[in-house]
Design a protein around this ligand. Structure first.
Ligand SMILES: [Zn+2]
Length: 552
């Protein structure tokens, strides 16, 4: 007899299969959703009565910071938060942990699962730190996970672009992703981090500035990586953190970056932080430029975005954008951490507190919401806080309420800096999200954008990652505490309590390349890196339950 698990009678929201709240049974076998048995005498081994409950695929966070060197540095850097933060106690099936804006590894896994999220991707890992990141993933329970590897300031990448050797670049990108066991290609302030590493306070200020010593521009890096990623047919497009994050007037850089893709796929991440009008160093001119940018996104189907919503309160900003950490620490007079990774990347960390009475912060909050409400196609906009940069992933239920409940949105709008009404469109936007649209921007959409065919839906063959909610008029209440969370066909969480140990899989890609290209990479590598070439690639043994996602 097959070991069938039946979830019966719930209201199912499965937008990828055009199911919008219909009452439906779900059958599960060996961790996957299966078609209902045709033989009526077949009985399930277990049944969960979900009558009256809302069922969605497990949530997918496609952009967060949960593992790797800068996350770890941020944990160490903020003992004051750990001291007063919630304590996670050990139980028979779970480890202890600490919270604060940067939770410990175990707490991260438990809290994502408790929220109904079953998959998450760290968005910025220097390839040199990939091994460490995989080791941290092994201690991050409950969820499936993966990471994007930084390559927008990689010396080999910039050399290959300068030398106009697209084939060499393609082999390198494929080799790098495979060596790091990463999931996607990430650009962070392309070129700008390298300038920061070269000169005091350095950065690039627009995408046609030349990166010294390499003779390439950010535009060339963006174009060439986007083209390469498409040629390699990676499941996810290039993931772009534009130049000039956080700077007043940066919207033109963002628009120019989107144009520079020339039709290639591109995911513009935490777009909220890149949508600002206004002049340099003058808070009084700061304003929203979502309208022209969203218009461009609406008209160009090669583009997708996640928002990077800001929420009021204290958090930690952490970024692969080295000069940005310096900028923020100067603005907020806070402590600051900066680190460079040889040949590859940089990083900056600074504590931050978003205040609703601050004009800039209130506008950032409004600009994020404008993005959700102004992108017409919910399949191309994804919920994110850029955890923990705009706020914790634990704030997702609050964002859902802001999107679904216009009265609540208006109420909060009244409490923030009054000039927000004049400098953004938020007050005029009447759109509200449906449950089906929430299911798109939190699971079905990110799965599609990531090219994860077996996630984000509940059709036969899908991973049986399922979140079951008790309906509630207050959507924040409803989404904050799912009734059940099912991972790979097992009940993992019941009303916030972890019921069993589960470690999840590491998702990665392994694009093919010409093995003879390793000779050139190896010769270069041995000249410059502080470690040996043969010690660089991460072996399969470092991955916990790896799953290679196919290209093409
Ligand atoms: Zn990020």
């Amino acid at each position: 007899m097959p070991d069938l698990f039946l979830i019966s009678g719930g209201y199912v929201y499965d937008p990828a299969n055009n199911i919008d709240g219909q009452v439906k049974d779900l059958w599960i076998e060996n961790g996957k959703v299966v078609a209902p048995p045709t033989d009526p005498t077949i009985r399930p081994a277990r049944t969960l009565n979900a009558a009256g409950l809302v069922i969605m695929p497990g949530g997918i966070d496609m952009h967060c910071h949960i593992a790797g060197p800068k996350v770890n540095a941020a944990r160490k850097m903020r003992p004051e938060e750990k001291r007063k933060g919630e304590k996670i106690s050990r139980t028979a099936v779970s480890h202890s942990g600490t919270m604060g804006s940067v939770p410990s590894t175990f707490a991260t896994g438990y809290k994502y699962a408790g929220l109904g999220y079953t998959t998450a991707f760290d968005a910025a890992v220097p390839p040199l730190a990939a091994r460490h990141t995989h080791e941290e993933f092994e201690d991050t329970p409950c969820i499936d996970k993966g990471f994007y590897v930084l390559m927008g300031n990689n010396h080999y990448v910039m050399n290959a672009i300068r030398d106009a050797e697209p084939e060499r670049l393609k082999h390198f990108v494929a080799w790098l992703l495979g060596s790091a066991k990463a999931y996607a290609a990430k650009l962070v302030n392309p070129g700008g981090v390298e300038v920061w590493k070269q000169q005091q306070g350095g950065n690039v200020h627009q995408i046609d500035e030349t990166v010294e010593h390499f003779g390439v521009t950010p535009r060339q890096i963006i174009q060439q990586i986007a083209r390469t990623v498409d040629e390699l047919r990676l499941p996810h497009s290039v993931h772009i953190h534009c130049n000039n994050l956080g700077m007043p007037g940066n919207w033109t850089t963002t628009l120019e970056t989107m144009r520079s893709l020339e039709g290639h796929r591109g995911h513009m991440t935490h777009i909220q932080f890149h949508s600002y009008g206004g002049g340099e160093a003058d808070e009084n001119t700061f304003n929203s430029k979502v309208t022209p940018l969203a218009e461009y996104v609406n008209a160009n189907k090669n583009l997708t975005v996640d928002v990077g919503q800001v929420l009021f309160g204290e958090t930690t900003s952490m970024t692969g954008d080295g000069p940005l950490g310096y900028y923020l620490a100067n603005v907020y007079k806070s402590k600051w951490f900066s680190a460079d990774t040889e040949m590859e990347a940089g990083c900056g960390i600074a504590p931050i507190k978003y205040k609703n009475k601050s004009l800039v912060h209130a506008l950032q909050w409004a600009i994020g919401l404008e993005w959700y409400l102004m992108v017409e196609d919910p399949w191309r906009v994804v919920m994110s806080t850029d955890h923990p940069n705009g706020g914790s992933f634990l704030a997702y239920p609050q964002i859902i309420r802001l999107l679904m409940d216009r009265g609540y949105r208006e109420e909060i709008l009244k409490t923030v800096h009054p000039a927000v009404r004049e400098r953004s469109q938020l007050g005029d936007l009447t759109r509200t999200y449906t449950l089906n649209e929430i299911a798109i921007i939190t699971r079905a959409g990110p799965a599609r954008i990531l090219g994860l065919k077996h996630k984000g839906h509940l059709g036969p063959g899908a991973d049986a990652d399922i979140t079951i909610y008790t309906p509630h008029e207050n959507k924040e209440t409803m989404f904050a505490l799912p009734r059940y969370v099912i991972k790979a066909g097992q009940i993992l969480v019941e009303e916030g309590d972890i019921r069993q140990e589960h470690y999840g899989k590491t998702l990665h890609v392994a694009p093919s390349y010409d093995p003879s290209a390793e000779q050139h990479i190896g010769d270069w590598f041995e000249q410059f890196y502080s470690i040996r070439f043969r010690n660089y690639p991460v072996g399969q043994e470092y991955l916990h339950a790896a799953e290679q996602v196919a290209c093409g």
